[in-house]
Write a protein that binds this ligand. Structure first.
Ligand code: SAJ
Length: 401
């Protein structure tokens, strides 16, 4: 079986590597020649623990090679980004461009799978483009939408073990796509139609965004009410049918903070809660930055000197080194801008280099008058509580249980 992966990014590359380890002959295509060159040298251009060793293995075995142009295959996978254009409107032009690159190579019995997060109806739209260009293939090839659901940082395990939704343009397509994923997926494969599969991906991430927004809203209410939000959630979750997530300093990454807009943009009147959740989670970062700035002003007023401030964490979630779309990073930028002359120490134990000079987290904690925890890293949880500091614990470092 030959598969051509169009897009060697955060999902395309790991999936290509795993498929290449499971008997699939993989061509990995990326328009960026640097990505192609690095991949062929066995160097990973993305951040994912354990993945580089696997890449080296499949490059050496010759089961994966990277190219800038697609080659004739049996399966084509579209795994390119779907960014925004204008005001949070999804832009499917990369998906369309990748599909158009594959069109001249398609032949009878081929399978084309879209994995890119896409607005509802994208697979049908791509089907029309293909059959307009190649009418002789109508009814003679297979197409499916099969979203991924891997958690960055745990990709190797989740790519293999997660259940997957397989959305065919018809039953035969769903079966053909399921047979392809069976090469490397141990989780269950759930077959449906392509529109439902597209919507399912958007629903999963919107659902999590809404649930986090509920926790973040509670944190704002608790701050005003003088109630410890962590204790509140811990106790409420003792109810057999309540399961509240944890508040933080906002929602980051490119999935949960992005995918809900695919629904709000196409269904603006219907998606009320989804749209409000996005607002709440964005507002939470702004609120945290304001809290730090106010603490700086209050400290100077009360002590007659500028404080030392430690901002703990830059990554978008605990125990990873991924700073992309990170609310912690937005907060750091805002505080740096409005620091009123205070010395600000930025700490991120999981990275060596960033746009900001980085301080050692234990030394910064010792030295600072004001400490704001922005990411709930494991290392921070070892630090002792200190009554002599102003501690802004936005991510529950000192929560019990
Ligand atoms: N967060 C909270 N409180 C929580 C949980 C998370 O504030 O209780 C924050 C995190 O700190 C982070 C953001 O939410 O800033 C997102 O983190 P995450 O761990 O919830 O999710 P991602 O973005 O790393 O990955 C998500 C996953 N989707 C779901 O869990 C529904 C993953 O399975 C998807 O494959 C991925 O999006 C994607 O690619 O779509």
């Amino acid at each position: 079986m030959r598969a051509c992966f169009m897009g060697l990014g955060y999902i395309g590359l790991p999936t290509a590597i795993i498929a290449a380890r499971h008997g699939v002959q993989v061509a990995g295509v990326d328009i960026n020649p640097d990505v192609v060159e690095m991949t062929n040298r066995g160097k990973l251009h993305i951040i994912e623990p354990g993945m580089e060793e696997m890449l080296q293995e499949v490059v050496e075995a010759g089961t994966l090679r990277a190219l800038t142009e697609p080659v004739e295959s049996d399966v084509y996978l579209i795994v390119v980004p779907t960014p925004f254009k204008g005001n949070h409107e999804p832009d499917v032009s990369y998906v369309e461009a990748a599909v158009r690159m594959a069109i001249p190579l398609l032949k009878e019995d081929d399978l084309l799978i879209i994995e890119s997060t896409s607005p509802v109806g994208t697979t049908d739209a791509m089907k029309e483009i293909i059959f307009e260009e190649r009418p002789e293939l109508e009814g003679r090839m297979y197409m499916a939408y099969c979203p991924e659901r891997v958690l960055p940082g745990n990709v190797i395990h989740e790519l293999v073990n997660n259940d997957r939704v397989i959305g065919g343009i018809d039953t035969a397509s769903a079966e053909k796509a399921a047979a392809f994923y069976r090469h490397f997926v141990k989780g269950e494969l759930h077959m449906t139609d392509s529109k439902t599969a597209e919507m399912c991906k958007l629903t999963e991430n919107s659902s999590r965004d809404v649930q986090i927004a509920f926790a973040n809203e509670l944190s704002l209410i608790c701050d005003k009410a003088g109630v410890n939000v962590w204790e509140l959630i811990r106790l409420a979750n003792k109810h057999p049918r309540v399961n509240i997530l944890q508040p933080g300093c906002g929602v980051g990454g490119h999935c949960i903070a992005v995918d809900p807009y695919f629904l709000t943009s196409d269904f603006p009147f219907e998606s009320q809660i989804i749209s409000k959740a996005r607002e709440i989670n964005n507002y939470k970062s702004f609120w945290c930055a304001e809290k730090v700035i106010n603490a700086i002003l209050r400290f100077e007023r009360d002590h007659g000197r500028k404080p030392v401030v430690a901002l703990m964490g830059l990554a978008f979630k605990p125990d990873i080194d991924d700073l992309r779309e990170s609310p912690a990073r937005h907060i750091v930028e805002k505080v740096m801008h409005h620091r009123e002359g205070a010395e600000v120490l930025v700490c991120e134990p999981n990275v060596k280099k960033s746009d900001f000079p980085l301080a050692d987290y234990a030394e910064a904690y010792e030295k600072a008058d004001i400490v704001a925890f922005l990411t709930g890293h494991r290392q921070f949880k070892e630090l002792p509580w200190r009554d002599d500091k102003v501690i802004l614990d936005f991510c529950g470092i000192f929560r019990k249980g």
